[in-house]
Ligand binder design. Structure first.
Ligand code: CA
Length: 325
């Protein structure tokens, strides 16, 4: 094809004066055309590659999303079938992993897909919505606990008042600017904390592992971490508000490491808790009914994560929160 082109054009050029190096121009032109065609082919192939890759990524992403969703429902069943029937909840985290930890397999989908489900106890955390009663009045005991928790986490205790003004229905400011831009209602999700004055991303990060907006507010003494246990409040013999504190909390942690609490009253068995333990009844529990599920599915570099919160009510599971991260 290339030779024929040169031959035809050479004939035509014979009828006019010969220009030296004419064939060189033609060669360059031809090379340019061939180069352009090659470039176009590469671009086309690249487009096909990117297009096909995007299609595969979309397909794999959709499959992972569906699998992550299934993971949440699997966890909901686990909570309803198993965790609702136990006498006490003594693990703060349950891990269900398709790589064999608890035997969940994923035969129906791509064999390279990995599914990990973590179920964590929401009652190991302090429910910040409890700082305001349903009638709108402040729950001073709960505010005292939240302040103690903030102190344990080396955060500003005044944040408790900003949160209280955000939730309570009135517009009476505890601080000059604490009622400026507020919801005047309970927090529906933990993310809302980020809108409250005085809480930036660093504070949110420190606080979010220890607080929740779900559940009845009872702290599970089998699962709560030290800062949450230490901030449980009660009235002492002199009718003054006080908290459990870190020293007693350490004793509770040491006790439960070998012996989970079967009942709330068992807390009096812990050293130095005989008198105080009885005062905590009503604020503590040993069995949880609110759990957070994080279902993660991955395939090579692709990943899907769904977070959901589930409440157990009369043996039935109710989903309170759902977010694909
Ligand atoms: Ca308010």
């Amino acid at each position: 094809m290339y030779c024929q082109y040169l031959h035809v054009n050479s004939k035509r050029l014979n009828n006019r004066p010969l220009i030296k190096h004419d064939s060189g121009y033609i060669l360059i032109l031809t090379l340019m055309i061939v180069g352009l065609l090659t470039a176009m082919t590469v671009v086309f192939m690249y487009d096909v590659f990117v297009g096909t890759n995007a299609l595969y990524n979309y397909r794999d992403g959709m499959r992972l999303s569906v699998e992550a969703e299934s993971g949440v429902f699997l966890a909901v069943d686990f909570i309803g079938d198993y965790l609702s029937g136990v006498k006490y909840t003594d693990l703060d985290k349950y891990l269900l992993d398709s790589r064999g930890y608890t035997g969940i397999t994923d035969d129906s989908a791509n064999s390279e897909d990995i599914m990990t489900i973590t179920i964590s106890d929401e009652q190991a955390k302090f429910n910040i919505n409890t700082i305001v009663y349903e009638n709108g009045l402040p729950n001073r005991s709960a505010i005292f606990s939240l302040q103690a928790l903030l102190k344990e986490l080396t955060l500003n205790e005044e944040i408790a008042y900003y949160i209280a003004d955000w939730i309570d229905p009135d517009d009476i400011s505890r601080f000059r600017d604490s009622e400026g831009y507020v919801k005047n209602d309970y927090l529906y999700t933990l993310d809302e904390l980020m809108y409250i004055k005085g809480i930036d991303s660093e504070i949110f990060k420190s606080l979010s592992s220890y607080v929740t907006v779900y559940g009845d507010g009872m702290i599970n003494i089998n699962t709560a971490p030290m800062p949450v246990l230490a901030s449980i409040s009660y009235e002492n013999d002199s009718k003054e508000m006080t908290t459990l504190g870190s020293e007693r909390s350490e004793k509770i942690l040491a006790y439960r490491e070998y012996t989970p609490f079967n009942a709330s009253y068992d807390i009096i068995k812990v050293a130095d808790m005989e008198g105080v333990g009885a005062k905590l009844i009503g604020n503590i529990t040993v069995k949880s009914s609110c759990f957070n599920i994080v279902s993660t599915t991955s395939f090579r570099e692709l990943k899907r994560v769904i977070s959901s919160t589930v409440l157990l009510e009369s043996g039935e599971s109710r989903i309170l929160y759902w977010k694909e991260l």
